[in-house]
Each structure stands twice: as structure tokens, then as C-alpha cells.
Design a binder for this molecule. Structure first.
Ligand code: ACM
Ligand code: ZN
Length: 535
């Protein structure tokens, strides 16, 4: 920590001149950037100086091949005097996560040097370099000489994707991860189960996917008095091999996947396969409409907990990260009120109401999760009836849940519906927009969000891990619409979670976004183009 702080201080002292007017198309905006004049020409004869099996070196090499037809070599020897890209990874024991993610990028006429404590920092330095390259193919890619010293504001820089309501293929999920990587997000919250579909193979319970992974048909449009269905069977799931491949892909890109396995509500697809873990015994069908099913896991039945624990054991084998998201949101209590087993549980455990029963449920699961060395995250309803002792809270019904949790010394991820739900409209001209769930979260409202509430004391503010954008997919039927709803709002959020507030500027962001969007064009991203009309 100390050494890194020292390096950063040297940079700050040397280059403390504020960001000038020239626009460098890096998103998120680096925290210190100083132009030094001149250009470096990257070409076929450039050498990446790095360990040959460094993923970061390979990543840069293949990026140059794929996008520019430039064939550079990787060499582990000391850099030649010119025409090099030197990747220096100074491993340091006891470095914090923020240290590991920091980097320095120096471009001179002779070459490029990226220095970092951890490989994550090297990766982010490469992402910044990539965004500085001209987008047009050329045998000489001229890069402006400059010095950057950069580190993130928050440790949780998240994007979520709901793959239950609609299913996205392995390659589409990887493409989503590519966007996250480009904008230096480090957390992918993968919503894998819900009333409308169970999307992860669990070997011990094959009916989760063969029954719960399918639905007979899907509601057309929004629920109304005259519901119409499409009459088409819909389904899909990720095999454990798919999951391993996606986790490996994300891990290489320094992205941790937080799988979400919903409980005790949003569980109808699971109960369609295994109705014995409900209060009534079923039978059930995977939900074909939107909204929330009243049938949920029975909290009075011990075998429900065994079922969930067995599922989580398989999940833990697939996901190396420390967090599992257990949902906890929007659990109707109707069935619990009538169920003899749930009522007995409440009496035996001296629980005064169904909220306390939910708290009992979550706390019992947390105990199991902690015993496996993992931590739970839950939506802010897990505050109702009392927080499980070690839970991290994801604040979605506004920020008050996050504030309450931080005041109780619990970690918090801020994802308030306004402005962090990217399934909401981004323009007031709704008739010209694809159908969305509602709301209005335009690009500037995302950009101007500050995840750290002023009402918290400095000590309490330390519990805010960061923020996340959520992409719920009831009305997002294909991946090109995922891109439309998440881009460029994801770009704005990346700056919220990375850049110090004093280094942010919306009009400068729009200028950079216009340049950066050429990379999105090259990726064939179907991003929303409203910002192209802004000054
Ligand atoms: C949620 O949007 N139900 C977390
Ligand atoms: Zn019950």
C-alpha cells in the first residue's frame, strides 16, 4: 500500500495540472492525465515486452490483430530503446484491491509503459491504451504522448443482467462481459433464477432446468385485463460447462461473477420441478406472465433448506468469488400465513410476524453460506424483520435501505431504481422508444449519481462498496435490446464508480462518448444514440 501511495504521490506532484481541454477518448475518465506532446506510432514492428504467458500481453496482441491486422510480437527481454509496449507488473504483498486495480500509463515517442501492482491494473492500463488508439485501420497507429495515473473510486463496480425472464446465449453473455471489461467494471451480477425460468444446471436436481428452465408461452406486452400470450414454448439454460467457460472468460478480464439464486420468493420455476418445497405442494408451472408469484419456498419445512443448500454447494463449486446473491426481494407472505409448517416454525422460533420468518430463512441460509467461506448479498428487503449478521445489502427501493444498512455497519451496494435501473426509459419520447417497464433514467441522471449518501458519517460511508446498473429483461426480448438499454448508460455509470467526482464533467463525457462510440460501432453494438444530438 505504502509503496503504491508513494508512486501515486510522485505522479500527482509531477503532473498535478488539471485535465486540459483536449479530449482523450477514455471512459471512465482517468483521475490524472497530462499531455506531454508528440505521438508514438504503434506498428507491426512494435514489441510488447512482457512475460510470454501474460494474459494481458496476449489480450493486447490479439486485439491489435483482430481490429487492425497488426501483428506485434511478445518478448520477455528488456525493452529495446524504442518501439515498445512495456507491461510492468510489480507484485506487492498486502496490496489492497484498489492498489491492485491502479495503473500508470506513460506514452512517449519511443514507447508505451504500463506499470501496475496487480494484473488487474495492467489490464485497465491496456483498456485505456486501446481507447486512445485511432479506430480506423492503419499500419501506423499514432497515440498521443501522455502520462496517466489512475485508480478506481469504489471496489464494487457492477452491472447486472437478468437471464431468467429472457435467456441470452453464452456468446451474448461474453459480449456483455466485453463491454464491462472495456469500461473497467469488475463485478457481473448474473441473475440466473426467477419465477419465469431457472437457467443454471444443477446436477442433483435435473428438473430445475428440464422443467423450470422452460415455460409454455410468454405474455405479450404488459399485464392487463386482456392478457394475450404468444403460444410459443420458451426455454434455455447454461450447462455447468457453459458456466465454467463464462466464469473463466470473466476472470481473465478481472471481473468477478456474483450469481443470484433467488429465495424465498421469485422461486416458482424451481417449484415447478420440485413442488414439495412449497407450502401447498403444487402442482405449479413456470410463470408465463410478469410480476411476482405468490407461491414461494416453504420456510417451515427443513427439507427446503437442505434442497437450497445442495443447490448452493454446486453453485459454489462453479463460482470462485466470495459473494452469492440470495435475492430476498418481493416475497409475498400469503402462503406462509396459511401454512401449518410455517406457522409452527414461527411459534417454535418466537417469530412475531412473517417478516421475521423471512429474516429467519435468510439468516439460516447465511449461516450455511458462511460455513463454506462465502458471503451473502441480498436485496434491501432482507432488512425487514432484521438483517442476517454478515449480509451485504443491495439498495434498490431507493437509497434508504442502503443508508439503514450502513448505519448498522453492513456493507452496501447502491443500485436505486432511480437512476440505476437500465430497464427504465432513457428518453421522454416513449412512443419512439422500444417498450420498457416504465420510469425515466436518462443518461445525465446516471452520470450525475453519487453512490455515497451525504447523510452518512465518514465512518458509515466506508460501508458503501460501490454501485451497480441493473438490466431486468421482462421487456428485453433479445440481446440487441440489452445493448440498447445498457449502452451508453453503462458508460455513464462506469464514471460514477471509477472517477473522483471532481474529475467528472458531463459535457466532456459526451465528447468522449462520441469518440468512444466508434469502438462500439466496430463491435456492432446496438447502443442508444440520443447522446449524438447533445453538445
Ligand atoms: C428488484 O428489482 N425486485 C430487486
Ligand atoms: Zn410453508
Amino acid at each position: 500500500m505504502k509503496k503504491t501511495a508513494f508512486i501515486l504521490l510522485v505522479f500527482i506532484a509531477q503532473f498535478s495540472v488539471a485535465q486540459e481541454n483536449v479530449v482523450y477518448p477514455i471512459i471512465p475518465q482517468p483521475n490524472y492525465l497530462q499531455a506531454t506532446g508528440g505521438t508514438f506510432a504503434l506498428s507491426d514492428t512494435t514489441t510488447i515486452v512482457a512475460n510470454e504467458n501474460s494474459f494481458e500481453a496476449q489480450y493486447l496482441k490479439s486485439y491489435l490483430e483482430k481490429n487492425y491486422d497488426l501483428h506485434v510480437k511478445i518478448d520477455s527481454h528488456y525493452p529495446p530503446f524504442k518501439n515498445f509496449i512495456l507491461l510492468l507488473n510489480a507484485i506487492e504483498n498486502n496490496a489492497t484491491q484498489l492498489d491492485q486495480e491502479s495503473y500508470q500509463l506513460k506514452v512517449t515517442k519511443k514507447g508505451v509503459t504500463i506499470t501496475a501492482v496487480g494484473s488487474a491494473g495492467l489490464f485497465y492500463g491496456i483498456e485505456s491504451l486501446i481507447q486512445l488508439l485511432p479506430v480506423e485501420k492503419s499500419k501506423n497507429l499514432n497515440v498521443a504522448c501522455l502520462q496517466i495515473s489512475d485508480w478506481p473510486r469504489y471496489t464494487w463496480r457492477g452491472m447486472h443482467l437478468d437471464c431468467s425472464r429472457h435467456f441470452f446465449t453464452k456468446d451474448e453473455v461474453k459480449k456483455y462481459i466485453d463491454y464491462l471489461a472495456m469500461y473497467k467494471f469488475n463485478t457481473f451480477h448474473w441473475h440466473l433464477t426467477d419465477d419465469q425460468g431457472w437457467r443454471i444446471e444443477i446436477k442433483q436436481y435435473p428438473l430445475l432446468t428440464s422443467v423450470g428452465g422452460q415455460r409454455n408461452q410468454t405474455l405479450i406486452g404488459k399485464p392487463s385485463k386482456n392478457d394475450k400470450y404468444d403460444g410459443k414454448a420458451y426455454g434455455g439454460f447454461y450447462t455447468q460447462e457453459d458456466v465454467k467457460e463464462i466464469v473463466a472468460y470473466a476472470t481473465e478480464r478481472h471481473i468477478t461473477i456474483v450469481p443470484e439464486i433467488e429465495m424465498p420468493g421469485h422461486s416458482l420455476a424451481a417449484l415447478a420441478g420440485y413442488p414439495q418445497y412449497s407450502c401447498t405442494g403444487g402442482p405449479f408451472k413456470t410463470y408465463t406472465t410478469w410480476g411476482v408469484s405468490d407461491d414461494v419456498y416453504c420456510a417451515g419445512n427443513d427439507s427446503t433448506y437442505t434442497f437450497i443448500e445442495n443447490i448452493l454447494t454446486e453453485v459454489f463449486d462453479l463460482f470462485p468469488g466470495k459473494y452469492v446473491h440470495i435475492g430476498g426481494d418481493e416475497c409475498p407472505k400469503e402462503r406462509w400465513k396459511e401454512c401449518p409448517k410455517c406457522k409452527k416454525r414461527m411459534a417454535d422460533e418466537h417469530l412475531k410476524d412473517e417478516n421475521e420468518l423471512q429474516s429467519y430463512f435468510v439468516t439460516r441460509i447465511e449461516k450455511f453460506v458462511n460455513s463454506k467461506g462465502k458471503q451473502i448479498v441480498g436485496w434491501d428487503e432482507i432488512l425487514d424483520g432484521g438483517l442476517a449478521p454478515n449480509a451485504t445489502v443491495m439498495s434498490w427501493r431507493g437509497t434508504q435501505g442502503g443508508i439503514a444498512a450502513a448505519k448498522q455497519n453492513h456493507y452496501v451496494v447502491m443500485t436505486p431504481g432511480k437512476p440505476c435501473y437500465f430497464d427504465h426509459y432513457q428518453s421522454k419520447a416513449k412512443d419512439r422508444e422500444p417498450l420498457a417497464i416504465g420510469g425515466f433514467n436518462p443518461l445525465d441522471s446516471v452520470y450525475n449519481y453519487d453512490p455515497t449518501p451525504k447523510s452518512l458519517s465518514v465512518t458509515e460511508q466506508q460501508y458503501i462498496l460501490g454501485a451497480q446498473g441493473n438490466v431486468w429483461t421482462e421487456y428485453i426480448t433479445d440481446f440487441s435490446k440489452v445493448e440498447y438499454m445498457s449502452l451508453p448508460r453503462m458508460c455513464a455509470l462506469s464514471e460514477v464508480v471509477w472517477t473522483k467526482p471532481e474529475n467528472k464533467n458531463y459535457s466532456n463525457f459526451i465528447a468522449r462518448l462520441k469518440m468512444n462510440s466508434k469502438i462500439l460501432d466496430r463491435m456492432n453494438a446496438n447502443y442508444a444514440k440520443l447522446f449524438t444530438l447533445q453538445k
